[in-house]
Structure formats: structure tokens, C-alpha cells
Design a binder for this molecule. Structure first.
Ligand SMILES: NC(=O)c1ccc[n+]([C@@H]2O[C@H](COP(=O)([O-])OP(=O)(O)OC[C@H]3O[C@@H](n4cnc5c(N)ncnc54)[C@H](O)[C@@H]3O)[C@@H](O)[C@H]2O)c1
Ligand SMILES: [Zn+2]
Ligand SMILES: [Zn+2]
Length: 389
């Protein structure tokens, strides 16, 4: 089959590789009909999350048709049209039983490096390199889906691939951020980042009853999508003084909930950006936490912060003083969206959540390297590159 393969920092190529096979009785093979780019892929491609090995297949957001099932699969049949969560969950372990599916103890077959870096390992993930199990990714014609009964969800009739595919990752990630941050009716919520994840977090905050939701970014096409398809307010941080603006729209207090959906490659026009670049280039830090710092400053005393952006390791100038003295609650997670996916598919079907506008650039898998160039540099209004293997 054909697949998008990583072969070094910023080196991508579509190559012929072996077809996947059923390895475990709980597996299925899915013929991928649609697979999309994610901000997390950029961290992998650029080597910021240094877990890919040459020859690894990229991609973790996808949907398709089941073409083969293992002998222990009970809820899925050949021919089912499914969207698959980007994280793998066994459904049985202590974490899965509590809904913390991205922390599954049984799907990461190579937990070693995670244990050194984090103390313990997260679950398995498609196309994310050897620290999450080394599973082949979804930017391919076929993909092996472990624990398919737990990880795949039937797509409602009449829903297009462009609507459903984002339920693999961006939609449940955004929902998790707003819901688990505790957004409640009347709250003022600020979201950093107007990519797929930030947009879905903003929409989720609105559905949870927030009175004002504002999304912060600098890319005009993305901010326009937020206004047109999400219905939230926007701030272009290059054209305004962000912190006074946040206080202004929250009665002088600061926002009740701050959701960060930017990640370790944050852009910063200020002195902290220069500092972070220097530290990371000298290998004295791994990540650029610009948006994290801003979120901790912009949230009100006693407020809640949720970090959705991916961070790999260690940061400098983390505002621990703001966290302690302002009595902040800070949470973060890789998405544990299995529990939310059926509800989110229904909300998309009913029109509560728009997703297909994120699919700005649709192309064949052969064009995926070009798609990633557009996505990386946010050229031509690219929000998500969509590949049709
Ligand atoms: N927690 C999870 O399970 C999960 C799931 C999916 C993605 N992610 C992560 O979420 C982050 C966002 O993902 P995405 O797919 O939307 O990425 P994306 O690259 O499409 O969007 C990131 C956005 O952040 C903006 N940005 C950069 N610096 C900023 C700053 N200082 N202030 C405000 N905005 C800034 C960029 O302009 C861009 O629009 C990434 O780090 C990704 O790895 C996490
Ligand atoms: Zn993703
Ligand atoms: Zn588990």
C-alpha cells in the first residue's frame, strides 16, 4: 500500500510499504477514506517531539471502512463506516475504567522513555513514534486498529467524511478542554490558538453556556473562521495589547477559564519568544510555553486553566508564582475523547457543532507532503490538510 513516511526532520515522502495485518484478535483493519493533519504532527515532523524513526508512517486522525476483523471483535463488522479515536484504549485497565483512555496502561508497548521523562507512560497512539507504542499511522491506505471495539465509533448515516473525521481528535480534544476545565453558564472563556483544536474548544465552551468566548491568534483566515463558523469573538494578539483586552471583556477580573490550544511551537512577538528560542536552540529547554504564560496571567484569581497544546518535556520561566498566589487550578491532558465521541457525533449531526469548514485543503495522499507544507506555514488559509488515500 501507499503511505506518508517520515524520514528525518522536515522530510516526508509517499512510499510503498507493507500492508498491515491483524496481529491480535481484538484488531481490525480499516481502509482509510479520509485522514487529516494535526498540529501534533507538526511537532513530530519538526523533531520537537523526537519520537519518530525513519520509515515511520505519520497520521493519527482518520476514518474509514472496516475490511477485516480479528476473532475476538464483537461490536464491529466488515463494512462498518467508523471514525477512530487517535489514542488506543483497552477499555479494561484502571485508567480506561475511569474514562482516562489516553492514559491506558495496556496499549503503549514501549513505555520506557515516557517513564524516564514523565514518571509513567501515556497510552498508545497512531503514528506518534516509539514512545507511544510505535504504531503505524493513518496517512496510508490501510491501518491496523487495536481494540477496535473500544476505539471506533459508527458514523451516522448522511454525515460526510469531512464532518465526521474531526471526531477522531480535534472535536473531543476541544470538548475535553472546555468540559474538564469546568466551564459553566455565564463564564467568560479565552482560548489561545484558532486551529482545529482551539476552534472546537471555543464551540464547546459556548455549548456549555459561557456568556463570552474569545479566541486569540494572529492568522486572519483562522480568526474569520472563528467568527463565521464558531460564533465566538476574536482577538488578534499582534494588533492589540492582549492582557488589558482580556480584563476589559471580563469586568476587570480576568477570564474565568483559560484554554491553551497552541503547544510547544508557540509564536511570540515579544522578548520571551527570543528567550525561549535561545533556550531551546541551546537544548536548555524543550518547549516554548508562550501561550501557557499568557493563559496563567490572563485568567482571573481562582480561575481554571486547561492546557490542550502538546508539550514534550521541560520549560523555563513557568509562572509558578501566578499559579500559587492566584489560587489557580491547572489541568492538562492528551485527549480522552472515547467517552465523548458518540455525544459529539450527535451534536455534529444536529448542527450544534460545525466541523467541515476545518477541511480547507483536500488532496490525494500522494500530495500529502505539499499539504503539510501548506499546513505548517498556515499558507493559503490552510487550517487542516485532508488526505484521501
Ligand atoms: N491534548 C490533545 O489531546 C491534543 C489533541 C490534538 C492536538 N493537540 C495539540 O493542540 C495544539 C493545537 O493543535 P492544532 O491542530 O489546532 O494546531 P495548529 O497548528 O493548526 O494551530 C495552532 C494555532 O496556534 C496559533 N498560535 C501560535 N502562537 C500563538 C500564541 N502565542 N497565542 C495564540 N495563538 C498562537 C497559531 O497561529 C495556530 O493558528 C498543538 O500543540 C497540538 O499538538 C493536543
Ligand atoms: Zn491530533
Ligand atoms: Zn486501558
Amino acid at each position: 500500500m501507499r503511505a506518508l513516511v517520515w524520514s528525518g526532520i522536515d522530510k516526508l515522502a509517499v512510499e510503498s510499504v507493507d500492508d498491515p495485518r491483524i496481529l491480535n484478535p481484538h484488531d481490525a483493519i480499516v481502509r482509510v477514506t479520509t485522514t487529516v493533519s494535526c498540529g501534533s504532527d507538526l511537532h513530530l515532523i519538526g523533531g520537537y517531539v523526537p519520537t519518530m524513526r525513519s520509515g515511520d508512517i505519520l497520521g493519527h486522525e482518520f476514518m474509514g471502512e472496516i475490511v477485516e476483523v480479528g476473532s475476538a471483535v464483537v461490536d464491529r463488522r466488515i463494512g462498518d463506516r467508523v471514525v477512530v479515536n487517535s489514542f488506543m484504549a483497552c477499555g479494561q485497565c484502571w485508567y480506561c475504567q475511569q474514562g482516562k483512555t489516553s492514559l491506558c496502561d495496556n496499549t503503549n508497548t514501549a513505555p520506557g522513555l515516557n517513564e524516564v521523562l514523565f514518571g509513567s507512560a501515556l497510552g498508545g497512539c497512531f503514528g506518534f513514534g516509539y514512545t507511544t507504542g510505535g504504531y503505524a499511522g493513518s496517512h496510508a491506505e490501510y491501518v491496523r486498529v487495536p481494540f477496535v471495539d473500544v476505539g471506533s465509533f459508527l458514523v451516522p448515516d448522511g454525515m460526510t467524511d469531512e464532518q465526521a473525521v474531526f471526531v477522531a481528535d480535534a472535536v473531543p480534544t476541544g470538548w475535553m478542554g472546555a468540559y474538564e476545565a469546568g466551564v459553566k453558564p455565564g463564564d467568560v472563556v479565552a482560548v489561545w490558538g484558532a486551529g482545529g483544536v482551539g476552534q472546537m474548544a471555543a464551540r464547546s465552551a459556548m455549548l456549555l453556556g459561557a456568556s463570552r468566548v474569545v479566541v486569540i491568534d494572529r492568522i486572519p483566515e483562522r480568526l474569520a473562521q472563528v467568527r463565521d463558523h464558531i460564533g465566538a469573538e476574536t482577538i488578534n494578539y499582534e494588533q492589540t495589547d492582549l492582557q488589558p483586552e482580556l480584563r476589559e471583556l471580563s469586568g476587570g477580573r480576568g477570564v474565568d477559564v483559560a484554554i491553551e490550544a497552541v503547544g510547544l511551537e508557540a509564536h511570540s512577538p515579544g522578548i520571551d519568544g527570543v528567550y525561549d528560542k535561545l533556550k531551546t536552540n541551546l537544548r536548555l529547554a524543550t518547549d516554548r510555553p508562550t501561550a501557557v504564560r499568557q493563559a496563567l496571567f490572563g485568567v482571573r484569581k481562582g480561575g481554571s486553566v486547561f492546557l490542550l497544546g502538546v508539550y514534550a518535556g521541560f520549560v523555563d520561566k513557568f509562572p509558578l508564582g501566578a499559579m500559587m498566589n492566584k489560587s489557580l487550578t491547572i489541568r492538562a491532558s492528551q485527549q480522552n475523547g472515547h467517552q465523548y465521541m458518540p455525544m459529539l457525533l450527535e451534536r455534529i449531526a444536529s448542527g450544534d457543532i460545525s466541523t467541515d469548514h476545518l477541511a480547507t485543503h483536500t488532496m490525494s495522499l500522494e500530495d500529502a507532503p505539499r499539504g503539510y507544507e501548506l499546513f505548517k506555514h498556515k499558507e493559503d488559509g490552510c487550517v487542516r490538510a485532508v488526505f484521501k488515500p
